[in-house]
Write a protein that binds this ligand. Structure first.
Ligand code: CMC
Length: 391
């Protein structure tokens, strides 16, 4: 096969050069633009982090002001976009609706046809970032039959998402600052993760010159799977299925059985083989939010903590270097905060949009990068011929 390298699942292929996110999976290091995730999580808001991912630098006060103003200019959905929702069954999965609505935006923004201009590229990137909470909240309000609320520009990004999700149209909504901070942290931790499956999909779509809204829709579609962004929802389903601490040994036994499709959801990672630095941050936040909400005795948290303890001392998990990933606790946290399970991955999509649009911009700026076009090892039949038609 000549010079072809066979690398199924791209386990050892660098598909591009990128200056956005650095991961050292053996050491459990994650940095955005050089800054450790721990420092960003402790000291920065998701909006600041998105400015960092998009523009390469953390904003000073006036940059942040300007950035917020642009987000505020773009966070409304055109009333006609709201009519897209009505084409969906109201019990559709929010990710299905989100793929459709975001993809359909490519038909909507006719003014942005020329994506060769950097200012048009940035406008599309910010439009997507600004609209995602409104789109996600509308997926939810549509599913429960409540009118969508407008974004409130007095609020920060996370608080705004909360009020659009949970606020009733006829009542003021009081944002709980502890919950808003927790959501902001979840968004930061999920903002980017270099060439994961959905980001690679966005880049591949972009490499053909596709419309940015269509590119991000392809990322949303890829994120949906349970091996990727769907894991947070799958973790909660799994914990519920395990049901009680007594059933943990059996769950561990099943996860180790190669003939059983059951896996410990929220465990393992393609890149982290030591620990996922995001999981410790989210575990601490989960404990403090549950305390704040007087839900410390949450039975699923008790099962999760014990499951983690048992798995981390089990030979199989040690040998295969399987650790809890970012999504092991995020589902419990989001659930305690009042988010319905079906919205978990949609929230991940809101967060990851920040990374997706940054990678999209980076790719657009890399004019030397041609279309992504992997090769294959052909394993089908060798040459054969169509027999003369039977009459
Ligand atoms: N439970 C039990 N065994 C596992 C698990 C698990 N969660 N994860 C991996 N293994 C085993 C796997 O069976 C394989 O065993 P063997 O060597 O005997 O074939 C070995 O560990 C290596 O696993 P792999 O599937 O080849 O590793 P991968 O890099 O292809 O997959 C993964 C990584 C995250 C898809 C996988 O660990 C998994 O399915 N985990 C559960 C789903 C999950 O939590 N996904 C969220 C990832 S973090 C958020 C995100 O980035 O989206």
């Amino acid at each position: 096969h000549g010079l072809l390298t066979f690398d199924p699942g791209f386990k050892s292929t660098a598909s591009c050069r990128s200056a956005i996110t650095y991961i050292d999976g053996d050491k459990g290091i994650l940095r955005y633009r050089g800054y450790p995730i721990e420092e960003l999580a402790a000291h920065c808001s998701f909006t600041q982090v998105t400015h960092l991912l998009l523009h390469g630098e953390l904003p000073d006060a006036s940059d942040l002001d300007a950035f917020n103003r642009i987000i505020h200019d773009h966070n409304l959905l055109h009333e006609q976009v709201l009519s897209f929702y009505r084409g969906f069954r109201r019990d559709a999965h929010p990710m299905a609706v989100m793929v459709g609505v975001v993809g359909a935006l490519s038909a909507f923004y006719q003014d942005l046809q020329d994506y060769s201009k950097p200012e048009q590229q940035m406008k599309a990137a910010i439009r997507l970032f600004a609209k995602m909470p409104t789109i996600a909240a509308s997926c939810y309000t549509y599913s429960i039959g409540r009118p969508a609320r407008y974004p409130d520009n007095r609020l920060d990004y996370a608080s705004n998402l909360l009020q659009m999700m949970f606020g009733k149209p006829n009542e003021p909504y009081e944002v709980d600052p502890v919950i808003a901070r927790a959501l902001d942290l979840i968004l930061t931790l999920h903002a980017d993760h270099e060439q994961n499956a959905s980001t690679s999909t966005v880049r591949m779509a972009a490499s053909s010159g596709a419309n940015p809204f269509a590119c991000i829709a392809s990322g949303i579609a890829t994120l949906w799977g349970p091996a990727h962004g769907g894991a947070n929802e799958a973790v909660l389903n799994m914990l519920e299925q395990i049901g009680s601490i007594e059933n943990i040994p059996n769950a561990i036994k099943r996860a180790k059985d190669r003939n059983d499709p059951f896996r410990l959801m929220g465990f393992g990672h393609r890149v982290y083989k030591n620990h996922d630095p995001r999981s410790a941050i989210i575990r601490d936040m989960t404990k403090s939010v549950l305390k704040h909400l007087n839900k410390e005795n949450d039975p699923l948290l008790a099962i999760a903590l014990e499951l983690e303890r048992v798995a981390l001392s089990d030979e199989y998990f040690i040998e295969k270097k399987l650790y809890p990933n970012v999504d092991f606790y995020s589902g419990i946290l989001l659930s305690a905060m009042g988010f319905p399970r079906r919205m978990f991955t949609a929230l991940f999509a809101v967060a990851r949009t920040s990374g997706w649009v940054s990678h999209w911009l980076e790719l657009k700026g890399d004019t030397a990068h041609g279309i992504d076009r992997p090769r294959q090892l052909y394993v089908g039949p060798t040459l054969r011929h169509v027999e003369k038609p039977h009459s």
